[in-house]
Design a protein around this ligand. Sequence first.
Ligand code: HEM
Length: 474
Amino acid sequence: MASLATSPTLSGLDPQSDAANPHWTRLADTRALDAIPGEDGWPIVGTTFAVLADPAGYGQRMRAKYGPVFRTNSFGGRSVSLTGPEANELVLFDRQKLFSSEQGWGPVLNLLFPRGLMLMDFEAHRVDRRALSVAFKPEPMRHYAGSLNTGIAARMDAWGEQAARGQFTFYPAIKSLTLDLAAESFLGLPLGPEADQINHDFVDMVQASVGVVRRPLPFTKMGRGVAARNRMVAFFTRLVRERRAAPGQDMLSQFALATTEDGSLLAEDKVVDHMSFLMMAAHDTITSSASSLVWLLAKNPEWQAKLRAEILAVTGGDGRPLAYEDMGKLELTEMAFKESLRIMPPVPSTPRRALRDFEFGGYRIPAGTSVGISSTAAHSDPAIWPDPERFDPLRFTPDQVAARHKYAWVPFGGGAHMCLGLHFATMQIRILMTHLLTRYELSLAPGYEPKWQAWPIPRPTDGLKLELKSLLPD
Ligand code: HEM
């Protein structure tokens, strides 16, 4: 396995490029894609700006014009979008091992989050995923539930005080809370300067992964991101050694002691890379999904009331924690969360690269083609979801779910790479709802509607101004 010392970053090659990855499959001739309907856009920039201006609208226009399979030319090359539940199943379930996740995500993430699970394929991926799964078994999950309950409950007063001054914006508040919770649950760090530094470095890395300049030049996001990664790797390496000597109940301790099928510990640099990737995979996704759920509940007070009643019935009152054993009892809360993930999936599209020629929708797509599936497209198709813009959690009753294609709803992906943290994410959201909804009534100022930036991970551009009315007796 490549270690940091031999990583292409230090050897001068851009690790996100094909040149640094001779084992990646290349498209023999991009003209082979001419037969697939679509657009090349402008010289050099292609269709990039049209996609960035309105990703969902662009996808809708392309589907309306060309059908469910179409070609675009964004972010430096031609790629083929495959849309609809059948496409999701083909690519995500990947029965025939046709698609590489490493080669799909590598060009975006290799510089800052190399060798994470999503950047591994097939047998190597299976072995590491199995080892890391120990961190999501019931015992560690019960421990995380405890610290999430304590950490979230402790933040509620401060949010109420900000709201009373008319200064509460939800997105930055949940982002900072989620970082603090991760420092504790993931790394076992007490809140303080060390956790602040690691949170700061981590934010720089995430920012850089979507920066426009893709080389780590001074004064660029990428320059700051790579410097932050170097600090983080050094810090995590020290932590792994400490956790191996004296394990705690945090996720890093679980990873540090995780063993592969032959009984050996995962290598130290693997643990570091997996942890750093996992924090990235967890952070903006939870922040985004909590923001869209809170926004939809503020707009739909009748649903907010139903969830509040359900939570009160299960926990017994304000300030009471949601016990790990009771998670499954919050059925309406789970349906509301699923519906918000349908309306605003945090990972709007998923890239792969074809390892062999294949056929789909009547087209022959050659080996080496970058392909993408779109959860946004599947989640907004009126043929599957009548009146798709309406917030209706009852779309997720067991009967409704059974009647739909299994791959019509894919916010967590599917198949071998299905989100490893989906139960953690669902648990954090349920605990957040438990403390927030029993303490406050959520609303938006009359006439206020936040704008959402759709890509790469949806977020409200103004931070989502939220009004909180205390439900505690005076
Ligand atoms: C609402 C929150 C979340 C959403 C919507 C989400 C979505 C996704 C999606 C769509 C994938 C698959 C990508 C692909 O197939 O290429 C994925 C993978 C992954 N997610 Fe999540 N995620 C969320 C939260 C989390 C959390 C909280 C964690 C960790 C605690 C996490 C850890 C991972 C990991 C490790 C992978 C890679 C799995 C693999 O490749 O085997 N995610 N996530």
